[in-house]
Design a protein around this ligand. Structure first.
Ligand code: SME
Length: 151
């Protein structure tokens, strides 16, 4: 499915105000994973700025032990500090990387901003090497803007 069609689906999920926010986030994860063949694990982490940790709010894909990640650790923790998208074409080439599953070849993490503050991120793991383009970044930035309105 093209990103433009997927945007319509995400908009529809977000507008389901009867559905609890966490369930809507899970539904977004599921819509993304089922529509984009190289999105194999999709999840949202939210930041606790006091404890300087990220917390896994919801996800779809292989269960992970990494439900709490300190700022600075792994790809996710680095994005909590850098406030910038992090595209990893080859996870094996990263020193500061937390492996969730041996099948994962690449990863993209895009921060979520609310009132200018980095409050969390969407994290996507792929079993495909080097699949992510600028279109993925633009799309995921758009998703995060919609999610920020919900929070
Ligand atoms: N690989 C991530 C950890 C989270 S899992 O991908 C679900 C990282 O290096 O931060």
């Amino acid at each position: 499915m093209a990103f433009e069609d997927l945007k319509k689906e995400v908009t529809s999920i977000i507008s389901n105000t009867e559905t609890p926010v966490k369930d809507r986030l899970t539904n977004i994860c599921e819509a993304l994973r089922s529509s984009i063949p190289y999105y194999n694990w999709v999840g949202f982490y939210f930041a606790n700025h006091e404890s300087q940790t990220l917390h896994l709010e919801t996800y779809v894909g292989t269960p992970t032990d990494h439900v709490v990640i300190p700022f600075g650790k792994g790809i996710c923790g680095q994005v909590a500090v850098s406030n910038e998208n992090f595209v990893v074409p080859d996870v094996a080439a990263q020193d500061n990387y937390i492996a969730c599953s041996i099948s994962v070849k690449s990863e993209i993490v895009v921060p979520i901003f609310k009132n200018g503050k980095n409050i969390g991120q969407i994290d996507i793991d792929s079993d495909t090497p080097d699949p992510f383009t600028k279109d993925d970044e633009f799309f995921l930035e758009w998703v995060n803007e919609q999610v920020a309105i919900l929070l």
